[in-house]
Design a protein around this ligand. Structure first.
Ligand SMILES: Cc1cc2nc3c(=O)[nH]c(=O)nc-3n(C[C@H](O)[C@H](O)[C@H](O)COP(=O)(O)OP(=O)(O)OC[C@H]3O[C@@H](n4cnc5c(N)ncnc54)[C@H](O)[C@@H]3O)c2cc1C
Length: 87
Protein backbone atom coordinates (compact mmCIF):
# COMPACT_ATOMS: atom_id res chain seq x y z
CA UNK A 1 0.00 0.00 0.00
CA UNK A 2 1.44 3.41 -1.00
CA UNK A 3 -1.44 5.72 -0.16
CA UNK A 4 -1.30 7.60 3.16
CA UNK A 5 -4.65 6.93 4.82
CA UNK A 6 -4.11 9.04 7.94
CA UNK A 7 -1.36 11.38 9.03
CA UNK A 8 -0.67 14.21 11.48
CA UNK A 9 2.12 16.70 12.03
CA UNK A 10 3.93 17.61 15.18
CA UNK A 11 6.93 19.79 15.96
CA UNK A 12 9.81 18.56 18.03
CA UNK A 13 10.11 20.76 21.12
CA UNK A 14 12.59 20.63 23.95
CA UNK A 15 11.19 22.60 26.84
CA UNK A 16 11.22 22.46 30.62
CA UNK A 17 9.31 24.73 32.98
CA UNK A 18 11.31 26.91 35.37
CA UNK A 19 9.19 25.74 38.27
CA UNK A 20 6.74 22.85 38.46
CA UNK A 21 4.60 24.61 41.04
CA UNK A 22 2.61 27.81 40.90
CA UNK A 23 0.77 28.22 44.18
CA UNK A 24 -1.74 25.41 44.44
CA UNK A 25 -1.13 24.30 40.83
CA UNK A 26 1.36 21.48 40.23
CA UNK A 27 2.61 20.65 36.76
CA UNK A 28 3.47 17.16 35.53
CA UNK A 29 3.91 15.38 32.22
CA UNK A 30 4.12 17.34 28.99
CA UNK A 31 2.83 20.43 30.81
CA UNK A 32 6.15 20.42 32.71
CA UNK A 33 8.57 19.05 30.12
CA UNK A 34 8.46 18.09 26.47
CA UNK A 35 11.16 16.60 24.35
CA UNK A 36 11.60 14.64 21.18
CA UNK A 37 9.44 11.52 20.93
CA UNK A 38 12.46 9.75 19.44
CA UNK A 39 13.44 8.28 22.81
CA UNK A 40 9.85 7.15 23.43
CA UNK A 41 9.99 8.25 27.07
CA UNK A 42 7.60 11.22 27.23
CA UNK A 43 4.63 9.34 28.66
CA UNK A 44 6.87 7.35 31.00
CA UNK A 45 8.46 10.45 32.53
CA UNK A 46 4.98 12.00 32.94
CA UNK A 47 3.78 8.91 34.81
CA UNK A 48 6.90 9.04 36.99
CA UNK A 49 6.07 12.70 37.82
CA UNK A 50 2.61 11.62 38.96
CA UNK A 51 4.00 8.76 41.07
CA UNK A 52 6.58 10.96 42.82
CA UNK A 53 3.93 13.62 43.43
CA UNK A 54 1.47 11.05 44.82
CA UNK A 55 4.15 9.73 47.21
CA UNK A 56 4.98 13.27 48.39
CA UNK A 57 1.29 14.08 48.96
CA UNK A 58 0.73 10.77 50.79
CA UNK A 59 3.70 11.49 53.08
CA UNK A 60 2.35 14.96 53.81
CA UNK A 61 -1.10 13.55 54.58
CA UNK A 62 0.45 10.98 57.01
CA UNK A 63 2.14 13.92 58.86
CA UNK A 64 -1.24 15.68 58.98
CA UNK A 65 -2.79 12.51 60.45
CA UNK A 66 -0.31 12.61 63.33
CA UNK A 67 -0.82 16.34 63.86
CA UNK A 68 -4.59 15.82 63.93
CA UNK A 69 -4.08 14.07 67.29
CA UNK A 70 -3.14 17.46 68.77
CA UNK A 71 -6.36 19.25 69.83
CA UNK A 72 -4.94 22.75 69.31
CA UNK A 73 -3.91 21.89 65.75
CA UNK A 74 -7.29 20.32 65.03
CA UNK A 75 -9.06 23.46 66.31
CA UNK A 76 -6.90 25.80 64.19
CA UNK A 77 -7.31 23.60 61.11
CA UNK A 78 -11.10 23.57 61.54
CA UNK A 79 -11.12 27.38 61.74
CA UNK A 80 -8.99 27.73 58.64
CA UNK A 81 -11.04 25.21 56.66
CA UNK A 82 -14.27 26.93 57.68
CA UNK A 83 -12.99 30.20 56.24
CA UNK A 84 -14.11 32.03 59.39
CA UNK A 85 -10.54 33.27 59.94
CA UNK A 86 -10.96 35.56 56.93
CA UNK A 87 -13.09 38.49 58.09
C1 LIG B 1 4.67 11.08 17.75
C2 LIG B 1 4.80 10.86 19.23
C3 LIG B 1 5.20 9.61 19.69
C4 LIG B 1 5.36 9.38 21.05
N1 LIG B 1 5.77 8.14 21.48
C5 LIG B 1 5.92 7.90 22.78
C6 LIG B 1 6.35 6.60 23.22
O1 LIG B 1 6.59 5.69 22.45
N2 LIG B 1 6.51 6.41 24.57
C7 LIG B 1 6.25 7.39 25.48
O2 LIG B 1 6.41 7.16 26.68
N3 LIG B 1 5.84 8.63 25.07
C8 LIG B 1 5.67 8.90 23.75
N4 LIG B 1 5.26 10.14 23.33
C9 LIG B 1 5.02 11.20 24.33
C10 LIG B 1 3.66 11.04 24.98
O3 LIG B 1 2.64 10.94 23.99
C11 LIG B 1 3.41 12.26 25.87
O4 LIG B 1 4.55 12.53 26.67
C12 LIG B 1 2.21 12.02 26.78
O5 LIG B 1 1.05 11.74 26.02
C13 LIG B 1 1.98 13.26 27.62
O6 LIG B 1 0.86 13.03 28.42
P1 LIG B 1 0.25 14.23 29.21
O7 LIG B 1 -0.96 13.66 29.91
O8 LIG B 1 1.27 14.92 30.04
O9 LIG B 1 -0.20 15.30 28.10
P2 LIG B 1 -1.27 15.11 26.93
O10 LIG B 1 -1.33 13.68 26.47
O11 LIG B 1 -0.93 16.17 25.92
O12 LIG B 1 -2.66 15.42 27.64
C14 LIG B 1 -3.05 16.74 27.90
C15 LIG B 1 -4.58 16.79 27.77
O13 LIG B 1 -5.02 18.07 28.21
C16 LIG B 1 -5.98 18.55 27.30
N5 LIG B 1 -6.00 20.01 27.42
C17 LIG B 1 -5.12 20.91 26.92
N6 LIG B 1 -5.48 22.16 27.24
C18 LIG B 1 -6.60 22.04 27.98
C19 LIG B 1 -7.46 22.99 28.62
N7 LIG B 1 -7.21 24.29 28.59
N8 LIG B 1 -8.52 22.52 29.30
C20 LIG B 1 -8.77 21.19 29.38
N9 LIG B 1 -7.99 20.24 28.80
C21 LIG B 1 -6.93 20.67 28.11
C22 LIG B 1 -5.53 18.05 25.95
O14 LIG B 1 -6.61 18.00 25.04
C23 LIG B 1 -5.03 16.65 26.30
O15 LIG B 1 -6.08 15.69 26.26
C24 LIG B 1 5.10 10.42 21.99
C25 LIG B 1 4.68 11.67 21.51
C26 LIG B 1 4.54 11.91 20.16
C27 LIG B 1 4.09 13.26 19.67
Amino acid sequence: MQEVVWGSRFRVHHRVVDTSRAGRILLAGDAAHVHSPAGGQGMNTGIQDAMVLAEALATTCTSLKLLACVPAFRRRLAWRLSGLVYR
